[in-house]
Ligand binder design. Structure first.
Ligand code: PMP
Length: 415
């Protein structure tokens, strides 16, 4: 398929051609349109609520929510007002603003396992920091992680080997998600060198069906860490604020020692946080960590507004309700068209896969037709809902998805 045959607009095509000359492989990282369906735009020029616009001015209902950050929707009034008020006073100053203290207090009040907070910018900053605090506290080296879980793009956790050394992953060993026995075996293999276990609140590995956490597995990891004096680190970067404002394992009653937050906490403003319990306070004091932009006040003011609004408006419940409507609607449409699908994980982070679709051929056709009809969904990564998504959005989405299922079944047959 050539560029002129696919559904992208003239401005998008021009930008891609220019980028191909000055940006490595046209675009790097998780947002590259190389992983998208042909009609999905790489470049977006604006957003409002549940909607985004591409560079050619086409409107989409956005189910990627900037890959997580937009938990209240694009340009949320309360968050933008808080950010603007702070911007008028100053953002990147020669020291942190008073808002840093306010935000740390808010985290400690909101997240039951948190007694302190450190702020950074990206999720990778704070998952990495979690390992540092765990190692500083235990004076041990080994970290256990679930094979296939994503914790960021730093060398210790980068899933791709190019540009890395085998040594970068020294002292990281792996277990299978939801398989406590494999975690126990991995712990036994490192003997008395266990510093911590890092785990996502449910299994949300890209390109795979999602898996809810087995509470017995979570409790087992908690016990394993307690026995070894190691840190249980919850990587809540992707799910944080969408399931429970107190942390995504609050509903199952398992409290980590440290948790890493990012994405949604600033509703689009760049901010991440590592929070931890008193036991790990001394270690958090002993390590050195910083960044030129980690102290900017605008993101922190936006985060105070975001967390407060999520709680006041019970945004996670709205997302659960809308997510349920979407999931049920998709299920009945797929059945109507005789297309076998799976929808997995929490409804606030929808994940759709097609049976027998190893190379995502069906998912690509589906996402392509959705894009042509104004619905932005990724073919092989989970989607994100925001509390700005409405029942009307779901109706319009299902209207588009009906055509998308029909195209999948016409082009690739039912499974
Ligand atoms: N942990 C998880 C679970 C994530 O989903 C991500 C980002 N997708 C990260 C860590 C890394 O966050 P960032 O891209 O902001 O560094």
């Amino acid at each position: 398929m050539t560029m002129s045959e696919i559904g992208i607009g003239a401005r998008e095509r021009e930008l891609r051609e220019r980028a191909a000359r000055v940006v490595p492989s046209g675009m790097y990282g998780h947002m590259t349109a190389r992983d998208y369906a042909p009609s999905m735009p790489q470049y977006l020029s604006g957003g409002e609520g549940s909607r985004i616009w591409d560079a050619d001015g086409r409107e989409y209902i956005d189910y990627m929510c900037s890959w997580g950050p937009m938990v209240l929707g694009h340009r949320h009034r309360v968050v933008e007002a808080a950010a603007e008020a702070q911007r008028r006073q100053g953002d990147c100053l020669s020291g942190p603003g008073p808002v840093l203290v306010e935000l740390a207090e808010l985290f400690v009040a909101t997240v039951p396992h948190a007694d302190w907070a450190i702020f950074a910018k990206n999720g990778t900053d704070v998952t990495t920091l979690g390992l540092m605090v765990a190692r500083a506290h235990t004076r041990k080296r080994a970290i256990l992680a679930a094979a296939g879980s994503y914790h960021g793009a730093a060398p210790w956790c980068n899933p791709w080997p190019r540009g890395l050394l085998a040594e970068d992953k020294a002292h990281i060993s792996y277990f299978r998600y939801d398989d406590l026995e494999s975690a126990r075996e991995a712990a036994a293999a490192v003997g008395d060198d266990l510093a911590g276990v890092i785990v996502t609140p449910f299994r949300h590995d890209a390109g795979h069906d999602q898996e809810e956490v087995d509470p017995a597995f979570a409790r087992g990891l908690r016990a394993l860490c307690d026995e070894a004096g190691a840190a249980l680190i919850l990587d809540d970067v992707r799910a944080g604020l969408r399931l429970d404002p107190g942390g995504s394992w609050e509903p199952i009653g398992v409290r980590p020692d440290l948790s890493a937050w990012g994405k949604a906490i600033g509703n689009g403003y760049p901010l991440s946080a590592l929070v931890g319990s008193d036991t790990f306070r001394r270690a958090a004091e002993r390590i050195f960590t910083t960044g030129s932009f980690w102290f900017s006040s605008v993101s922190m003011a936006a985060s105070v507004a975001t967390i407060t609004t999520v709680q006041a408006e019970r945004a996670h419940e709205t997302m659960a309700r809308i997510g349920r409507l979407l999931r049920d609607g998709i299920a009945s449409q797929a059945a109507e068209h005789g297309v076998a699908i799976k929808q997995t994980g929490p409804v606030q982070l929808p994940n759709l896969s097609f049976d027998g679709d190893e190379h995502f051929e069906r998912a690509l056709v589906f996402a392509d037709e959705c894009a042509r009809r104004g619905v932005f969904v990724h073919p092989s990564h989970n989607w994100f809902l925001s509390s700005a998504h409405t029942e009307d959005d779901v109706d319009r989405t299902l209207e588009a998805m009906g055509h998308a299922f029909a195209r999948v079944s016409a082009e690739l047959g039912t499974v």
